[in-house]
Design a protein around this ligand. Sequence first.
Ligand code: NAP
Length: 285
Amino acid sequence: MVSSEIKNFGILGYPVGHSLSPQMYKAAFEAAGFINYNYIPLEVHASKLYFAVEGLKGLGFRGVNVTIPHKTTIAKYLDAIDADALVIGAVNTVVNDGGILTGYNTDVSGFLAALAEANFLPEDCHAVMLGAGGAARAILWGLCKKRAECVTIGARNPQKAQALANDFLSYGHVEAFDWNTDEFKEMLQTADILINTTPLGMFPEVDGMPPVDLKLLPEGALVYDIIYNPAETKLLKTARELGYPTLNGLSMLLLQGKEAYRLYTEQIPDMKVMTKTLEKILYKK
Ligand code: NAP
């Protein structure tokens, strides 16, 4: 199908130069025959966010992806917020339906779809999550939605971890620890999955790794690092060498993009094209 209708999309953040979204969505639009769909980096300072959001309506934008630092602050300028984004307190996708702007968070569905692709069932699992930032909030909500038996948060800042746990206590069994304590190490021994949501090990600081003794994990526990650059972080390499199954963050990135594309177009993108595009940029494949 070839569409001649002009529609605008973009990534709203500050800065946005590093974003992979323009290439990923452009490739998917082209593969689907949306030849007049534009995808533009929209570098907008926090002080100008209100004007930029209002401008989306006037400039005929069908949708935008939202990144740091606007994920939480953009909500007050939108007309409606989807249920997931409301619980998480962050918006990463905005859809414009005839002047009505709705905010969504597609990280949740991206995370859960990535687990499903890896054949990991979160229902009744004990998940140990490292870090308590923005991505951790979306992942914690995904695990609670799927009725994980228990989620243990380990972080360098136990106050932040506890504050995150407190926000989700009514949705599931969530506990928070300083990741250097013996109590936390004990929790590792019953984990079905360990999820790193910190940037430790991300390019260019590839020698970084969260201070976790992976040998404490039970045999077969999935070690999941949501970092996608490099493809194999030091955490994942160590886990693989110890015999644990591993998963990196590329599938979550792609699958949250798939959900945003579906919200924009009511169609499913060509995932092979999106994957190839990102692998070429990230891993020079
Ligand atoms: P964020 O909101 O800044 O949260 C980062 C978390 O990591 C915080 O808990 C922070 O602790 C902790 N942290 C940061 N530096 C640390 C260090 N040197 N030592 C120990 N802990 C540290 O960031 P985010 O948006 O959640 O993103 C986190 C990571 O996830 C990034 O690598 C990002 O690329 C990745 N990510 C991947 C996807 C995907 O689709 N695969 C999606 C979203 C994010 P403090 O609060 O103490 O600073």
